[in-house]
Write a protein that binds this ligand. Sequence first.
Ligand SMILES: NC(=O)c1ccc[n+]([C@@H]2O[C@H](COP(=O)([O-])OP(=O)(O)OC[C@H]3O[C@@H](n4cnc5c(N)ncnc54)[C@H](OP(=O)(O)O)[C@@H]3O)[C@@H](O)[C@H]2O)c1
Length: 260
Amino acid sequence: MGRVTYDFGGRVALVTGSSRGIGRATATLLAKSGADVIVHYRRDGDAARAVAAEVERHGRHAHLLCADLGSAEAVAAMMDAVARDVGHLDLLVANAAATAFKPITELKAHNVSRTLETVVHSFVALVQHAVPLMRGRGASIVTVSGFDTVRVIEGHGMLAAAKSALETMTRYLGVELAAEDIAVNGVMPGMVDTDSARTWAERTGGGDLGQDPANWARRTPRGRVAMPVEIARIVAFLCSDDARWLVGQTIVADGGLTLV
Ligand SMILES: NC(=O)c1ccc[n+]([C@@H]2O[C@H](COP(=O)([O-])OP(=O)(O)OC[C@H]3O[C@@H](n4cnc5c(N)ncnc54)[C@H](OP(=O)(O)O)[C@@H]3O)[C@@H](O)[C@H]2O)c1
């Protein structure tokens, strides 16, 4: 797991989709760095409870919240619970995402609306609920985008469109909240070794990246695929005081994949 570079003692972090993958690595690293963590998940309660236990092993408080980000009511209920049970928020990491991996010509209307609700609508609602809990605390909001916004990836058109909106909102919010000392920035991962990356490859064949992670590694100048913690470290940096002069930026963290 990640080394500790920052001190988030006394801070409260909400990491969406922290039951697995990049979100799990982020929740664990922030806890290891001193933050109390609200572990959010959709379906896999056992996995989320395991992450909460990891947070507590680092001596931090863990709150467990289940909400389908595709439901406006569920997002509002989750943020009401944060306001009621915690009362403030320092770090919001908008990490969760889901989509149907299909070419745009094959998308059904519900695939489009579901992806937009999960990634775009939920982010607006999360931020609107979070900002009143963040004021005056030198807080940070970090978005997790993806390299599909700048490269065409098999079956990723809809998610990429939603993530492009997320990157744009990162820029606008960065400016809107700058004077309130709420830092808003994002990270754009390349290929990361997670369940969903493997599921995507199985379902779509992976296009010219292929199905085999060894091929993803060959295509990446660093010569390997990122581990989730390597993205978590960028998130931690963006949450830290060292990143306070970044406003509305989305940092490419891809081992060089999009440069070649
Ligand atoms: N892996 C990569 O190669 C890669 C590359 C670029 C960008 N990214 C981005 O990085 C982020 C994390 O990716 P990952 O690979 O770590 O994902 P992952 O392993 O699939 O985990 C996704 C997380 O999001 C949650 N989630 C999914 N749909 C949700 C919904 N409707 N409501 C609430 N929670 C939901 C899942 O909860 P449950 O398990 O409970 O359903 C899970 O905790 C995503 O935004 C992804 O687009 C990943």
